[in-house]
Design a protein around this ligand. Structure first.
Ligand code: SOE
Length: 416
């Protein structure tokens, strides 16, 4: 029997893209059915990428039987049930719309699109497809971090009371070196925006989902610290090599560095900061920053309510800090302050499927949970969450932050 033959109990997945996100999605599709079995078993049967050699290497690495170089033929392949989009943002809309039109379920990496218009078209297409049992979801994987899912559960349960304030930071530092090349994430045409869309999108989605509030107003600023960088020769994930003088495309008009390599212009933000208000009366402060030296992947969220607070940092992802304002004394001794919940118990979200308490999970598990939730929803014929509508909602906030930062209108300059 062919390994790719469709069966009523198999969900055949085609992965579009094979870089950092492609790899972690491929691993998640492989792992999810072993730990979160349902009647529907997913398996990646095709990987698609423009570089056939690299895609074939990837396929061999992850045991994927087919390689394709044209996403259109993948989308129209009758054996494929799910299109998993792991390519830069400028390609999301066209692929997702074609996949939904062809009757495929879609899982799409974040941010949903590079602009509001595209996100609106994607959400509308997903809403119509959903009426026919074809589902779409956007990859806000951090929702699937057990500690954050626990925080969401506690807040939905009323454990924090009335939510009054929130602060989110997503800090990385992989761009600090000025010789780091001009990769696609620094090109507005491919990525839409910089730290804002890449990191800020996660923050916005999490703050809204965990708190149950929607951001309804912002005041923002953004900055590009290094505006010229060497052109990239090759890149993968967050690593890249610069073009050398020998391979450079420099002409007499092109700016070059000391070695003669061509330089290009960074067209996205390196960092963005915004104040926010929510539809339920809370206030928030947020920062997305790729120049925060010392922080590799510090996604932090703190939420304060009338009955208590939660605080989380992805660099300690198995922990949730919790302050209970209702029990600050024991036998008349003041014991106020945050306690550390070690989120590894079977009663915590997702944990029952894994290891005995205390045996901690990591980054890749958030993607395994994402796939498990997606497959469970498809198996139950119900729309998965987060939906493209949720992706659009985040896009509205990203758009507002960009507009506010560009307008600079509420800014009060000292010593003008
Ligand atoms: C790069 O900043 C990146 O890989 C993001 O694109 C991901 O969404 C984030 O999870 C990790 O960092």
């Amino acid at each position: 029997m062919s390994t790719t033959q469709a069966s009523p109990h198999t969900l055949n997945v085609a992965l579009i893209g094979y870089s950092f996100m492609g790899a972690i999605h491929a691993q998640a599709w492989r792992t999810a059915p072993s730990f979160f079995p349902t009647d529907l078993t997913p398996r990646v049967t095709t990987v698609c990428g423009r570089n056939e050699y690299a895609a074939t290497e990837f396929a061999n690495r992850f045991g994927i039987p087919h390689v394709e170089t044209d996403w259109r033929s993948v989308v129209n392949d009758p054996t494929i049930d799910v299109i998993d989009i792991c390519v830069p943002g400028h390609l999301h809309t066209e692929i997702a719309l074609a996949a939904l039109a062809a009757g495929k379920h879609v899982l799409c990496e974040k941010p949903l699109a590079n602009n509001l218009d595209d996100a609106e078209r994607m959400a509308a297409a997903a809403a119509s497809a959903s009426a026919n049992g074809i589902f779409a979801s956007v990859g806000f994987n951090y929702r699937r971090t057990p500690a954050l899912a626990l925080a969401q559960r506690m807040i939905a349960n009323g454990d924090l009371g009335v939510i009054r304030s929130m602060r989110g930071q997503y800090l990385q530092d992989w761009l600090v070196d000025p010789t780091f090349p001009l990769v696609w994430r620094l090109d507005a045409e491919k990525a839409g925006s910089g730290a804002l869309g890449d990191l800020g999108a996660h923050l916005i989605d999490l703050a809204q989902w965990v708190s149950g509030h929607n951001i309804d107003g912002v005041s923002a600023l953004s900055r590009t610290f290094i505006s010229e960088r060497p052109l990239a020769e090759a890149s993968s994930g967050l690593s890249a090599t610069a073009a050398t003088a020998a391979t450079t495309t420099a002409t007499t008009e092109t700016a070059t560095d000391d070695s003669g390599s061509a330089m290009g212009t960074v067209t996205v933000d390196d960092a963005a900061i915004w104040l926010a208000t929510t539809d339920k009366g809370a206030i928030g402060t947020f920062e997305a920053n790729r120049f925060a030296t010392g922080h590799n992947n510090a996604l932090r969220l703190e939420i304060n309510g009338s009955l208590g607070s939660i605080a989380f940092d992805f660099e300690r992802l198995n922990e949730l800090e919790y302050f209970d304002n209702r029990s600050t004394t024991v036998n008349n001794v003041e014991v106020g302050g945050f306690r550390r919940i070690h989120v590894t118990k079977a009663s915590h979200p997702y944990l029952a499927a894994w290891w005995p308490a205390g045996h901690s999970l990591g980054y890749e598990h958030t993607f395994v949970h994402q796939v498990a939730d997606f497959v469970a929803a498809v198996a139950a014929n119900t729309p998965p969450s987060p939906s493209f509508e949720d992706g659009l909602n985040v896009q509205c906030v990203l758009d507002a932050v960009e507009r506010s930062a560009a307008a600079h209108s509420s800014w009060t300059q000292l010593n003008p």
